[in-house]
Design a protein around this ligand. Structure first.
Ligand code: NAD
Ligand code: TYD
Length: 338
């Protein structure tokens, strides 16, 4: 199978490409990535140099001519769209790029793939499109979309466009909605790598609000397996939930991380809450279990240890992605909140 993967130089895309090329000797992948602050070409440089089933194209999912060209001549069997602006805090600061990439870019990809009659299109969405839960219950695929942040609103916009492409044109699009991922290559603006990086430097660990917001955590490889199952077995037009069955409060995640790293809890600093902060996410993934055979394989403690081990042995990666624009954004963000 020949895949066009977008956003493959980001966190989940990198893990997906590595896993799929290792698992499927007959698959080849073209990775289209704009290389925003969150995309790192070096993540997959070894494949670029040594693997003839992989190639990299720098470009934007909003670029119609480029996408039409990449999809021309039966070169691609399926498109997997990971490309996105993905950080909630940045979307609060400036929603515009989120609408451009996450909505317009996704629509552009769908349209090009429809015109090129691509057999299968998997759009990667998120549990955040459902909004927030109280203390009880879980998100199901039938839960109405009620996004609360500019990020999740833009992701919900793309989900609706995917639905419209299936209903209107019969285009074979499938959607995955997954909970919070963690693992190797995650950019250190998200909770787990950010806390690890600060703990290592004995800097304060900024916990938003009372720290009692709940997220469901899934090890990134389990999400990638869910995407693979959706590609191979999913029903066209269907959205599938994926989760790790690991609900944790943020403060528990941070305390567990500190104990793994061997740093004191006195580093924890409560800061002003994120505006519109969703209280709780939890996933009912019965549909993916029943129809696709999905089950998460890595429990949270084990996954967190593996993740920290990876960051320890890849200290240069962390240094490399921490520079420039990213540092400036985070410094201003935390100044405003403390
Ligand atoms: P990421 O921010 O680490 O990576 C995004 C990648 O997309 C980067 O490589 C970036 O350069 C690229 N990109 C951004 N704009 C682009 C554009 N216009 N054209 C081409 N490439 C572009 O994100 P991630 O955490 O790997 O998330 C991947 C996908 O999974 C996103 O769609 C996100 O919404 C979704 N998702 C993420 C999580 C999570 O916990 N990280 C959970 C559920 C769903
Ligand atoms: P994040 O990793 O940004 O993912 P998302 O907002 O998509 O769930 O945040 C995870 C949780 O951690 C969320 O409830 C916000 C909280 N959080 C903090 O308390 N401090 C931080 O510095 C960050 C980045 C997140």
């Amino acid at each position: 199978m020949k895949l066009l993967v977008t956003g493959g130089c980001g966190f989940i895309g990198t893990n997906f490409i590595r896993l799929m090329l290792a698992k499927h000797p007959d698959w080849s992948i073209t990775n289209l990535d704009k290389l925003t602050y969150a995309g790192n070409r070096l993540n997959l440089l070894d494949l670029e140099e040594n693997e003839n089933r992989y190639d990299f194209v720098q470009g934007d999912i909003c670029d119609r001519d480029l996408i039409m060209d990449l999809l021309d001549g039966n070169k691609v069997d399926a498109v997997i769209n990971f490309a996105a602006e993905s950080h909630v805090d940045r979307s609060i600061n400036d929603p515009s790029p989120f609408v451009v990439t996450n909505v317009q870019g996704a629509q552009n990809l769908l349209e090009c793939a429809r015109q090129r009659k691509i057999d299968r299109f998997v759009h990667i969405s998120t549990d955040e499109v459902y909004g927030t839960l109280g203390d009880e219950g879980k998100f199901e695929e039938t839960t109405p979309l009620a996004p609360n942040s500019p990020y999740s609103a833009s992701k919900a916009g793309a989900d609706m466009m995917a639905r419209a492409y299936f209903e209107t044109y019969g285009f074979p699009v499938l959607v995955t909605r997954c909970s919070n991922n963690y693992g190797p290559y995650q950019f250190p603006e998200k909770l787990i790598p950010l806390m690890y990086m600060n703990a290592l430097a004995d800097k304060p660990l900024p916990v938003y609000g009372d720290g009692l917001n709940v997220r469901d955590w899934i090890y990134v490889d389990d999400h990638c397996l869910g995407v693979e199952l959706t590609l191979l077995k999913g029903r066209e037009g269907q959205a599938y939930n994926f989760g790790g069955d690991a609900e944790e409060t943020n403060i528990n995640v941070v305390k567990t991380l500190l104990s793994v790293v061997g740093k004191p809890e006195s580093l924890i600093t409560y800061v002003k809450d994120r505006p519109g902060h969703d209280k709780r996410y939890a996933m009912d993934f019965t549909l993916a279990a029943d129809e696709l055979g999905f089950a998460p394989t890595v429990n949270f403690e084990e996954g967190l240890k593996k993740t920290i081990e990876w960051y320890k042995t890849n200290a240069t990666w962390l240094e490399q992605v921490q520079s420039g624009e990213y540092r400036n954004f985070m410094d201003t963000w935390y100044e405003e909140r403390s």
